[in-house]
Design a protein around this ligand. Structure first.
Ligand SMILES: NC(=O)c1ccc[n+]([C@@H]2O[C@H](COP(=O)([O-])OP(=O)(O)OC[C@H]3O[C@@H](n4cnc5c(N)ncnc54)[C@H](OP(=O)(O)O)[C@@H]3O)[C@@H](O)[C@H]2O)c1
Length: 242
């Protein structure tokens, strides 16, 4: 017997990949409910070879749904997750909306799958860099207690969504054709053939000199480890040291 799964943000870079992973793993799905904004109304997604119409996300979207995979940004999660829970839908939230809430388990299955049982309707996953980091730290920590970690991360443009990917493609073509100034909308500076020390839109510099993304790695790793086993050093400006 399968379950009914809603994917919120199904047209996005992450939502599209969620569908592919559900297919690839043969996740036992009875009904898949693709949800996005009204901009996507009328469009279709393909799931296991079948075309399914995308529905506009509303407060009534979760009737009969067992699992809701949310990946449409923190604002959307904060607004719509309560309606999903009201319908007994278990939410797996990929945004930063609930990650640091005390009663929400922050789970990377390879590291702390046992925490899933503690959920009260929401299971959060950390940001992408933290997920990869803690999987590497866990086995090292098991054999040799880690006191301090110094990290430099280089996040892919895809982490900033489909609009960012499109900008990278167009700007790359533009730079290669040596065609004057490029009018960019997503990144504040040239991203083609470049690395920027800030993630657009979602990232901000904080009063301690770190960016929000850097602090997410520090805080989410500590929450993930269950106790504050790592220390971090504010003097390290080149990367995130936790
Ligand atoms: N944990 C991780 O590893 C990781 C990695 C990358 C991103 N993320 C997070 O995942 C989320 C999505 O990222 P993304 O890269 O997939 O972004 P994206 O490519 O820009 O896609 C955004 C998705 O959200 C939908 N959406 C926007 N406004 C909506 C609304 N009012 N109602 C319903 N759906 C709405 C969009 O639908 P339309 O097409 O209809 O506009 C689209 O499906 C973000 O919160 C991001 O921080 C997490």
């Amino acid at each position: 017997m399968g379950v009914n799964v809603a994917v919120v943000g199904v047209t996005g870079a992450v939502g599209t990949e969620m569908l592919r992973v559900l297919e690839r793993r043969n996740f036992p799905v009875d009904e898949i409910r693709p949800l996005a904004s009204s901009r996507s109304a009328g469009k279709n997604i393909t799931f296991h070879g079948k075309e399914i119409q995308i529905q506009t996300l509303t407060t009534d979207s979760f009737e009969g749904i067992n699992i809701g995979l949310f990946s449409a940004g923190g604002k959307i999660s904060r607004e719509f997750v309560p309606y999903a829970i009201e319908k007994n839908c278990v939410v797996v939230d990929n945004t930063s909306a609930f990650r640091m809430d005390d009663d929400v388990p922050l789970v990377v299955p390879e590291v702390n799958a046992d925490k899933i049982a503690e959920h009260k309707g929401i299971i959060a996953n950390p940001n992408c860099s933290t997920i990869q980091l803690v999987q590497v730290l866990k086995p090292i920590h098991a054999v040799a207690k880690i006191k301090r970690v110094v990290i430099s991360t280089y996040q892919a443009v895809s982490g900033a969504g489909l609009k960012a990917l499109d900008e990278l493609k167009k700007e790359t073509e533009h730079v290669l054709s040596n065609d004057g100034e490029y009018n960019r909308n997503v990144f504040p500076h040239q991203i083609a053939f470049n690395v920027l020390p800030q993630i657009p839109q979602s990232d901000a510099f904080l009063s301690n000199g770190y960016t929000e993304e850097e602090m997410k790695m520090i805080n989410e790793t500590k929450k993930n480890s269950g106790r504050q086993i790592f220390t971090y050093n504010h003097n390290h400006r080149k990367g995130t040291s936790i």
